[in-house]
Design a protein around this ligand. Structure first.
Ligand SMILES: NC(=O)c1ccc[n+]([C@@H]2O[C@H](COP(=O)([O-])OP(=O)(O)OC[C@H]3O[C@@H](n4cnc5c(N)ncnc54)[C@H](O)[C@@H]3O)[C@@H](O)[C@H]2O)c1
Length: 243
């Protein structure tokens, strides 16, 4: 990937969910690295972000395959694609407390949103035959299972599986895919957590370094322990950070 954005030539980057939080921070970091930006969101606030960063704003719902196809059509020279848009439903309790329509919407945005992005962009990236990268915003909730959280955690587990599958399928091509799996980040989604600018900076550094998945170091053992316990047949326990 490094060649596509290391400053030896300009590159075009697309970011979904760019009106706020991690997406906006990714757009800012990519702008700082000289990218020409195409910023997509449902929220009209994306227009202000695009204007500030000299990019193009696109109103698009990632859960709509046609909208993602149109987004890819209007950015044919994009070589860096951040599939970042995501939502938490209003119900954050046990699975049976989440209404059916809410399961559908959370999965439509978080999972189908990523699949729609891959379907729209990956064939074009492969046809271009140049170094390219897809960066997906998954979540720590897609690596470990936390009590509660409604449909969000299951949707993010689907996202991490999707990205892992896509990475295997892209092996041997000039296109790469990776994901970030942050714990809490202070955005429109959470009042608490890491600074989205730090998350975005670390995400791009990981792309530079060829790191497939960015998982906060203090959570890595908990992720492994939970899977190891379940693989042994032990009842699941909530994960906890080290230290
Ligand atoms: N904030 C956290 O603690 C945290 C932790 C781990 C992962 N994440 C993930 O980070 C990503 C970004 O979320 P954030 O924390 O920056 O929240 P945010 O609410 O600040 O930003 C999300 C953006 O996505 C947009 N969006 C929502 N649905 C959309 C749709 N259907 N089509 C297009 N755009 C849509 C929103 O309008 C918003 O601008 C999400 O995938 C989220 O699951 C967040």
């Amino acid at each position: 990937m490094r060649g596509a954005w290391s400053g030896d030539r300009p590159f075009i980057a697309v970011v979904t969910g760019a009106a706020s939080g991690i997406g906006r921070a990714l757009a800012e970091q990519l702008h700082g690295r000289g990218a020409e930006l195409v910023l997509a969101d449902l929220d009209p606030a994306v227009e202000g972000v695009a204007a500030r960063l000299g990019g193009t704003a696109v109103s698009a719902d990632v859960s709509d395959p046609e909208a993602m196809e149109q987004l890819a059509e209007r950015s044919p020279r994009a070589r860096f694609v951040c599939l970042n848009a995501g939502i938490v439903g209003p119900s954050v309790g046990a699975p049976w407390e989440v209404p059916a329509a809410e399961w559908d919407r959370v999965f439509a945005v978080n999972v189908a949103g990523v699949a729609n992005g891959l379907r729209a962009f990956v064939p074009r990236l492969l046809a271009a035959g140049e170094p390219a990268h897809v960066l997906v915003t998954a979540s720590l909730a897609g690596m470990a299972v936390f009590p509660g959280g409604g449909a969000y955690g299951p949707s993010k587990h689907a996202v991490t599986a999707l990205v892992t599958h896509a990475a295997m399928a892209l092996e041997g091509t000039p296109a790469r895919i990776g994901m970030i799996c942050p714990a809490l980040v202070a955005t429109g989604m959470s009042p608490l957590g890491a600074d989205p600018a730090d998350v975005a900076r670390e995400a791009l550094r990981a792309v530079d370094d060829g790191v497939f998945a960015v998982v906060p170091p203090e959570w890595r053992a908990a992720v492994v322990d939970q899977v190891a316990g379940v693989a042994r047949g032990a009842p699941p326990a909530p994960p906890a950070p080290a230290g």
